[in-house]
Design a protein around this ligand. Structure first.
Ligand code: ZN
Length: 304
């Protein structure tokens, strides 16, 4: 009798666990930054998975069958947008055969809605310009004020998909915004001594961050976005860095460090490798950990 009771209880808890899991909204994001923000907003009403890992280059992801399988069962697909995922998103969604997450459907969200894009090209774009994004620079998540816009977009969409939880999502959004506001004071204070300091960067990932925190991007190691550094271009970079007294080269974890170290050797600058996404390093556990890590490393590099 006792044994029957135990197995009945066990069955009950397993069923209720499975029911709880299946009643959650399955969110699939392209990057771990979006995943982190979706987890803050969705709380225990969602499960979130990300296609790219934070230590991967989000411009170039392989449209693997396993990604299509993840998209197949997703209720909500969230992308950065501004054509960051143009090389793989369509293939993954097509391959998933999930009509609910196609662009234009309620199950598809472009997190860039409401963002003011930087670097909108004024001239017509052609291939000679490199990997230029016609809709503007897609690295907007590195400005915490934009993280609030992403969070609002996610909260609105989750509320549409699950109206009974709208109040819960809205409360989580308020908490997220409050936390960003508090941390902004700290991040700004820590970077304030370096206002107007010039930095060199590897890729054009940093204009939103630099604008927000008063840094100036003097030059990029890539001659054009997505094109690896060439000796001729690096010579120009070295000249600019010497002329402008640029002390750091900021770069992501997934680029080749050799060109940066070469330039550093010629200029006396320091190479600072930082995650540009959540999960890029082990400290960048969530959106706040990501920003903390970037600010820590920058302060350390700039105060020399
Ligand atoms: Zn880019």
């Amino acid at each position: 009798m006792k044994r029957i009771l135990i197995s009945a209880l066990l069955l009950l808890s397993v069923t209720s666990f499975l029911y709880a899991e299946s009643s959650k909204i399955k969110v699939l994001t392209t990057t771990e930054d979006l995943k982190s923000i979706a987890e803050y907003i969705g709380g225990d009403k969602v499960t979130v998975d990300s296609l790219a890992r934070g230590f991967q280059d989000p411009h170039h992801l392989e449209a693997k069958p396993s990604f299509m399988m993840k998209a197949k069962t997703a209720n909500l697909f969230v992308r950065i947008g501004l054509e960051l995922e143009i090389g793989y998103e369509g293939l993954i969604i097509d391959g998933s055969r999930n009509q609910k997450v196609r662009p234009g459907q309620p199950g598809h969200l472009d997190a860039s809605e409401g963002i003011s894009p930087l670097e909108l090209p004024i001239a017509k774009i052609d291939r000679s310009m490199g990997d230029v994004h016609p809709m503007g620079n897609p690295h907007y998540w590195l400005d915490p004020e934009n993280a609030k816009i992403i969070a609002r977009n996610i909260a609105n969409r989750l509320s549409e998909l699950s109206p009974q939880n709208a109040g819960y999502f809205s409360k989580n959004l308020d908490n997220f915004n409050q936390k960003i506001n508090n941390k902004m004071v700290e991040w700004k204070e820590r970077l304030a001594p370096f206002e107007e300091d010039k930095i060199a960067v590897y890729h054009r990932s940093w204009p939103y961050f630099a604008d927000r925190f008063g840094l100036v991007v003097a030059c990029e190691l890539e001659p054009k976005p997505g094109i690896p550094p060439s000796p001729g271009h690096l010579k120009d970079v070295i000249d600019i860095m010497k002329r402008d007294n640029v002390k750091i080269i900021l770069m992501e974890v997934f680029y080749d460090e050799k060109p940066a170290h070469f330039v550093a050797g010629q200029t006396g600058a320091k190479v600072i490798v930082v995650p540009n996404s959540v999960g890029g390093t082990k400290d960048a556990k969530d959106y706040f950990g990501l920003m903390d890590t970037i600010v820590d490393k920058l302060v350390e590099g700039l105060k020399r």
